[in-house]
Design a binder for this molecule. Structure first.
Ligand SMILES: C[S@@+](CC[C@H](N)C(=O)[O-])C[C@H]1O[C@@H](n2cnc3c(N)ncnc32)[C@H](O)[C@@H]1O
Length: 239
């Protein structure tokens, strides 16, 4: 896959545009203004990605090389689908030979080579359905899941951390040896128990903040590389 450069505005569209609609709420106007002036949004449109989030995955991959050689990928919290687009490309997934399974409770427009489940990942049937959909042992589990915001910061934070923990548990149950796990988390939010569990099961565990993740956002990514396999020591929580 040709690797796009990460920074800069190559769309030819002017940055620094202002939204003047006075009928809009100030917060909506600010959001829209930031969105249309965001070089990653413009690049996503230019390069045919469904979301600017594509560049977070590409940038993490540029530094940590997690996509190369991936044969089957599970994408958690996948809508609108830019990570799935990349996953389908790197695995060579086609509708005749599906190698990417994606889940989101939001509706997602079909993508060639991607089996989409419209389902809550926390639904007890989700793990089995994902494994069946991806058609074999995955070597990469990626999660960009963020809980819908309630406006209560602490609640939102805890819900997204819970999603990260459940995704990590799923990864250690399904990944093939040598596989990788990438998940959205929050700065200062990763629980020590979760980090310890991942360190027991993976050769390397790091936090990553790609440049395309907005500086003002507390979003970070947790990357666990080199799954040791299920013969690794039992998962005992430390006292
Ligand atoms: C930041 S977006 C993902 C963007 C995606 N990586 C892309 O490249 O297009 C986070 C997604 O997580 C989904 N999500 C949050 N909680 C979920 C859950 N429990 N089950 C399934 N999807 C969930 C949301 O609906 C949302 O679409």
């Amino acid at each position: 896959m040709a690797k796009p450069t990460i920074a800069g505005n190559r769309t030819g569209r002017k940055l620094g545009q202002r939204v003047k609609n006075k009928k809009m709420k100030a917060s909506s106007r600010q959001w829209l203004q930031r969105h249309i002036n965001d070089p990653y949004v413009q690049r996503a449109q230019l390069e045919g990605y469904r979301a600017r989030a594509a560049f977070k995955l590409l940038e993490i991959d540029e530094k940590h090389s997690i996509l190369k050689g991936a044969r089957r990928i599970i994408d958690l919290g996948a809508a609108p689908g830019s990570w799935s687009q990349i996953a389908a490309k790197v695995t060579g997934s086609t509708d005749d030979d599906i190698r990417v399974a994606a889940i989101d409770f939001l509706e997602m427009t079909q993508l060639p080579g991607v089996k989409i489940l419209q389902l809550d990942f926390l639904d007890p049937s989700a793990p089995a359905q994902l494994i069946e959909a991806v058609g074999g042992t995955p070597d990469l589990v990626i999660s960009d899941m963020a809980a819908p915001t309630t406006g209560h910061h602490r609640t939102d934070h805890l819900r997204t951390m819970h999603l990260c923990e459940v995704a990590a548990q799923f990864a250690v149950e399904v990944l093939g040896e040598g596989g990788h796990f990438l998940a959205k988390t929050f700065q200062g939010g990763t629980e020590r128990d979760l980090l310890n569990m991942l360190k027991r099961h993976f050769k390397q565990v790091v936090h990553v903040k790609p440049a395309s993740s907005r500086a003002e956002s507390v979003e970070m990514f947790l990357l666990a590389k080199g799954f040791k396999g299920r013969q690794a020591e039992p998962d005992v929580t430390e006292a």
